[in-house]
Design a protein around this ligand. Structure first.
Ligand code: CMP
Length: 155
């Protein structure tokens, strides 16, 4: 099923100069970029974004980190993109993440783990609503789809 998923390059990814590399990986995978912006997260957004982490010991420090510098937010579309993108990110802790994944290749931290990816289609929709206005997502034909997916998969 074609899905949309939200990716954030976190403040550490911005400072480390990894934005282009991260975008390039998703482009090469065949994902379609349907939204892109640089923004600065606020308490209001983060309280919703990380509602499942509220009350945890690292909640305040996570929010402070995510507010510390701008982030780059993207919406990528593709076949089962929620799971596919999370695999490309690797697991949370950089020091345990598989080499070949973004966290596995570029990080060693649990908190400074470079990238966020939606954990379900429902979360992706919630995150889109928090960060993107309707006119900021784009629908367009991608010629590459003819060679990326079979006719049945595209239907
Ligand atoms: P992510 O999995 O994208 O979403 C929650 C984030 O909280 C996680 O990435 C890390 O950046 C951060 N995080 C998770 N666990 C911890 C922890 N124990 N200490 C500090 N930060 C954490």
């Amino acid at each position: 099923m074609l899905q949309k998923t939200v990716v954030l390059v976190k403040p550490d990814g911005l400072q480390r100069g990894l934005i282009g590399n991260i975008i390039s990986r998703f482009e090469k995978k065949g994902l379609k970029l349907v939204g892109l912006k640089m923004t600065r997260l606020t308490d209001e957004i983060l309280d919703h974004w990380y509602i499942h982490h509220k009350g945890k010991s690292f909640f305040k420090s996570l929010k402070d980190f995510m507010k510390s510098y701008p982030i780059v937010a993207m919406v990528w579309e593709g076949m089962e993109s929620v799971a596919a993108v999370r695999l490309m990110c690797g697991i949370t802790k950089g020091y345990e993440a598989e080499p070949g994944s973004i966290r596995g290749d570029y990080g060693l931290s649990q908190q400074f783990n470079l990238i966020h990816a939606s954990d379900s289609a429902e979360s992706a929709q919630k995150e889109i609503d928090l960060l993107f206005a309707p006119g900021e997502l784009f629908e367009y034909d991608k010629g590459e789809y003819l060679y990326l997916y079979s006719e049945e998969e595209r239907a």
